[in-house]
Design a protein around this ligand. Structure first.
Ligand code: CP
Length: 308
């Protein structure tokens, strides 16, 4: 396996790199049971988080992952930086390059910005979500979580991804990775939120009855992006919940069938999920968060910044 500098998407990862990251996440997760959860692996290295969009899970998860590897962590505060005076991404990176960082973790609303940054720095760049394009560490933590609950038996298992597929970088990255690992993927979405160009192997549903007849092993809910309401892509939050949300009636069907439930967060309670859904005993939401740290430790461990 040749050394990799950046993690920008799932498509560019080789199968052996995916296996390497997922395999290394296990011993990193084992560390979490110890009172001292830190190893010296990245001592002397520096990671910068550069988030142009809000985040709870991904940002804090990367920061915890890096500190558990003994790297120094710096958060670039976009709102109090010269970005607000109009400084471009390339000029910001040019300035940061002089600081000889080792890892830059980037989130940006525009697809392709992490790739642009990667071309302009010797640091390893990790895409923490860019526009509708990709969220590769979310996909890796989802795959790791599903391998845990299936005891590494993903091939042939069915996952139903529900919600705003069209605008979801999570759906793109996670469905691509899970298909590569042998899962069968289906989408359930209103017509306005279903991409037109889905691969033929992905089954498409427009209602829960047919989707549940497909008998998924896991249901993966996506966040309803409330800002899309202004684009009239769904009639109302109440209507979305009735037609596409995991109502308590649908949750009972999952409970009866022992179906697993996932969500990348943040959730909209009462829209795509109910309070009962959040308390469901087969919800993997917290396990996804915990695994996110282990998988991001494995990603940082795998990447090799260019020499100074
Ligand atoms: N899953 C995810 O990307 O969540 P955050 O937006 O909180 O980082």
């Amino acid at each position: 396996m040749s050394p990799r500098k950046d993690l920008l998407d799932i498509a560019s990862l080789q199968d052996e790199e995916i296996e390497f990251i997922l395999a290394n996440a296990t011993p990193f997760k084992d560390l979490f049971k110890r009172s001292v959860k830190k190893v010296p692996t990245l001592k002397g290295r520096t990671m910068l988080t550069l988030f142009y969009e809000p985040s709870t899970r991904t940002l804090s998860s990367f920061e915890v992952a890096a500190s558990r590897l003994s790297a120094d962590v710096t958060r670039f505060d976009v709102d109090s930086s010269s970005v607000v005076k109009g400084e471009s991404v390339v000029d910001t990176i040019d300035t940061l390059e002089a600081m000889r960082l080792d890892y830059i973790v980037v989130r940006h609303k525009q697809s392709g910005i992490p790739n642009l940054i990667a071309q302009n720095t010797r640091a390893s760049v990790i895409n923490a979500g860019d526009g509708w394009h990709a969220h590769p560490t979310q996909a890796l933590l989802d795959a790791f979580t599903l391998r845990e609950v299936t005891h590494n038996e993903l091939p042939g298992k069915r996952i139903l991804i529900v919600g705003d597929i069209q605008h979801s970088r999570v759906a793109r990255s996670t469905s691509l990775l899970l298909r590569r690992l042998g899962m069968q993927v289906a989408y359930l979405a209103p017509g306005t939120l279903m991409p037109r160009d889905t691969p033929a192997e992905i089954t498409r549903f427009d209602n829960w009855t047919d989707a549940l007849d497909w008998n998924p092993h896991t249901v993966y809910l996506l966040r309803v992006q409330m800002e899309r309401q202004a684009d009239s892509l769904f009639p109302s939050v109440g209507e979305y919940h009735r037609l596409f949300g995991l109502t308590d009636t649908r949750l009972q069907i999952l409970r009866d069938r022992k179906t697993w439930l996932m969500h990348p967060g943040p959730v909209n309670r009462g829209v795509e999920i109910t309070d009962a859904g959040m308390n469901y005993d087969r919800s993997l939401i917290n396990q996804q968060v915990e695994n996110g740290i282990a998988v991001r430790m494995a990603v940082l461990y795998t990447l090799r910044p260019n020499p100074a």
